[in-house]
Design a protein. Structure first.
Length: 205
């Protein structure tokens, strides 16, 4: 009898643990081609490429409202739960232009309303929001969203636990989209950003 109950207990524990694990909604490793569902915003075909198992986008001049080569896809319905968007971002050369940046942007109703980026500000590299110092060449960004909130997280070189850069409120869901993009690049130099291991996860509440 004890053996039987132990088996039931183990099964329940395993089921609970499995239910608590993040569920992959979408992932793209950019290994030779783009996954289904992506579209380009203001595409410049000469300034993006798939190379060595990652997506590379040249950091061109521009800002949030006119960014070139933003890669956009429909966001998960955050009214139905908590989700995380993850991507690894790496500089191929050191940024030099003030506010040169790369990362994740959230769109609501066709407008950019939030960004989680690695950005050059006054000669230093930071995670924005929060202005957390970020000297590592590569960083894994993680944006957690709910029906009305965001939490920005990051891991230098994709190692260790995620650190929180900041949190706040999002407007109500309205044709939400998520984008990986880079902008405020120099006009007279080729700076490329590598994006890899993009994932959308549904998290346990």
């Amino acid at each position: 009898m004890r053996t039987w109950w132990r088996g039931v207990w183990l099964a329940l524990c395993c089921a609970t643990a499995s239910a608590a694990e993040p569920q992959v909604v979408f992932e793209d490793k950019f290994d030779g081609k783009l996954g289904e569902g992506w579209t380009w915003l203001r595409e410049n075909a000469d300034a993006h490429r798939l190379k060595d198992g990652a997506l590379e986008i040249r950091v061109e001049p521009g800002v949030a409202h006119n960014v070139k080569n933003a890669l956009v896809r429909p966001a998960p319905d955050r009214s139905k739960g908590k989700f995380a968007i993850e991507v690894t971002v790496a500089n191929t050369v050191k940024p030099t232009q003030q506010f040169e940046q790369a990362g994740i942007t959230w769109y609501c109703g066709g407008k950019p309303v939030f960004k989680l980026v690695k950005e050059l500000i006054d000669g230093g590299l930071f995670i924005i929001p929060g202005k957390k110092p970020m000297a590592a060449e590569s960083v894994q960004l993680r944006l957690v969203v709910t029906a009305d909130s965001w939490t920005a997280q990051y891991r230098p070189d994709g190692k260790g636990e995620f650190e929180t850069a900041g949190s706040g409120k999002l407007p109500a869901p309205k044709d939400d989209q998520v984008s990986i993009q880079c902008y405020n690049g120099p006009a007279n130099a080729e700076h490329w950003i590598r994006f890899d291991d993009f994932r959308i996860l549904q998290l346990a509440d």
